[in-house]
Design a protein. Sequence first.
Lengths: 104, 104
Amino acid sequence: MDEVFKALADASRRSLLDRLHAKNGQTLNELCDGLAMTRQAVTKHLGVLEAANLVTTLRHGREKLHYLNPVPIHQIGERWIKKFERGKLTALSELKRRLEKRDE
Amino acid sequence: MDEVFKALADASRRSLLDRLHAKNGQTLNELCDGLAMTRQAVTKHLGVLEAANLVTTLRHGREKLHYLNPVPIHQIGERWIKKFERGKLTALSELKRRLEKRDE
DNA sequence: ATAATAGGCAACCAAATGGTTGCATGTCAA
DNA sequence: TTGACATGCAACCATTTGGTTGCCTATTAT
């Protein structure tokens, strides 16, 4: 799970995921299009995403097609985010109570 | 939102959030307890978490109490994770279709 | 008053990160 | 078969990151 969090930490990589979300199965060059980065930089980012299992690839001749794998993101939501969502309101109200208590 | 993702990218910081989740309102020294890090390193991590608005602090005399703020995490779930969860099954089945198509 | 406690600040360091350029390889089309 | 195209690989570079040590300040307790 650490790899997934680290992969998501970079804005360029998140935007690559966004692009794949909009259109799945793009080639490397397709994904480079319009980005202010060299192809090699994009390759590295896709490598990180692949290592985190957020992207799966499929060779088709000389092309490499990239597919979004949303499962790890889903798992982060399930295993991690939900845990912190639970306390959302209680934590804030507790803080509010303490802040008010300060003036006693 | 970028700051939140980056803050969550580090395992030590996530574990600090876990600790605050377990017991809210801890002091710096309390949070250092049992960690293989100097107090100053923990201070830095807490600084990153504070900058990302994931932790709110409250001075109480010479102590600094740290409170978890789950709102940014909730927002990531709402604004980002849910978007990718939607395509979870369809994306995989599409990939499966393509993989099978390969052998035609 | 003074010692102990809680935390803040700054300089420094090694390693990781995000990017580059240059060149090599594999595949398709004319 | 040969040139163009899609990608891979490696060396290199600057900046960021995660950590350290050393010292300073503020508050509390004796």
